[in-house]
Design a protein around this ligand. Structure first.
Ligand code: ZN
Ligand code: ZN
Length: 230
C-alpha cells in the first residue's frame, strides 16, 4: 500500500520566499527575474507558469522530476541564501504559490506563481540601493541587474526601483532593504508601483548622479583636448 499525504485545499494561495536576479530586456521595455540555480536560464515575469526545465512532456511540478518553481516557507531561510558570494546581488522575492504544489519540509515546488514583493539589498558600497544597474552578465536578450546607489551608477544602464516595478507590472512592489544586519534585508523604504513624491525624488537623485557623471566625463575630455593628447 502506498501512503499518500492528504491533499490540501487552501482558501488563500500560500506565501513563499525565494531569491532571484532581476533582469531587464535588451531594449529596456520589460523587467523580470531569473532563478539562481535550476531553471536559471529562463527569465520569468511577475506572474508565470512553470514548465519542465528538462523539456519533458509533463506538467511541472512532476513528482518524479525536480521541475517547477521552488520556494521556502521562511523568509529567514531565503535571506540566508543571499549570504553566499554568488548570490549577494540577488533580490528576495515574496511569492504567492498558485496552482498545484508539492509541499516539502522547507518549502514548495509548484506550478504557477505571482511575485508580490521584491526586496533589493544594498549597493556594494553599503548604501541603500536606489536603482538596479547592469550587473555585467545576462541571458540571451536579458541583462542581469544588481542593486546600486546613485553614486555608484557611473553611467551604467540602470532603472530606478519604481521604474523596475512599473516595467515588471502586475502590481509588483519593489522595496529597498538595508544590509546593515549581516546579510539580512531589513526594510528601510517602500517604493510602490505608482510614482509618488518619494519615488520622484529618487528619480531626480538618479538623474542628478548621472548628470554629475556625464559632466565629469566631459570635463576630462575637455582637459585632454586642451592638453593636445587627443
Ligand atoms: Zn520535469
Ligand atoms: Zn554605492
Amino acid at each position: 500500500m502506498r501512503l499518500r499525504l492528504p491533499e490540501e485545499r487552501p482558501t488563500e494561495p500560500p506565501t513563499g520566499y525565494k531569491i532571484a536576479h532581476p533582469v531587464l530586456s535588451h531594449d529596456g521595455t520589460r523587467a523580470g527575474f531569473t532563478g539562481v540555480s535550476l531553471g536559471g536560464a529562463l527569465p520569468y515575469g511577475v506572474v508565470a507558469d512553470a514548465s519542465c526545465v528538462y523539456g519533458l512532456r509533463h506538467q511541472a511540478p512532476h513528482r518524479r522530476c525536480d521541475c517547477g518553481f521552488h520556494c521556502v516557507h521562511d523568509r529567514s531561510t531565503a535571506e540566508s541564501l543571499l549570504c553566499t558570494a554568488e548570490h549577494r546581488a540577488a533580490v528576495l522575492l515574496e511569492v504567492s504559490v498558485i496552482g498545484r504544489y508539492l509541499r516539502f519540509e522547507r518549502g514548495f515546488r509548484y506550478a504557477r506563481q505571482r511575485i508580490r514583493v521584491a526586496t533589493v539589498g544594498p549597493c556594494t558600497c553599503g548604501t541603500v540601493a536606489s536603482a538596479l544597474a547592469d550587473a555585467g552578465w545576462g541571458r540571451p536578450g536579458w541583462r542581469a541587474l544588481a542593486p546600486s546607489c546613485a553614486g555608484c551608477l557611473r553611467g551604467r544602464t540602470s532603472v530606478s526601483l519604481a521604474s523596475f516595478a512599473r516595467l515588471a507590472g502586475e502590481g509588483l512592489r519593489v522595496v529597498a532593504g538595508s544590509g546593515a544586519a549581516g546579510c539580512g534585508v531589513a526594510v528601510a523604504d517602500v517604493v510602490a508601483d505608482g510614482l509618488g513624491v518619494p519615488e520622484l525624488a529618487a528619480e531626480a537623485a538618479l538623474l542628478q548622479a548621472r548628470l554629475d557623471w556625464f559632466q565629469s566625463q566631459l570635463a576630462r575630455l575637455g582637459e585632454r583636448g586642451k592638453g593636445g593628447e587627443g
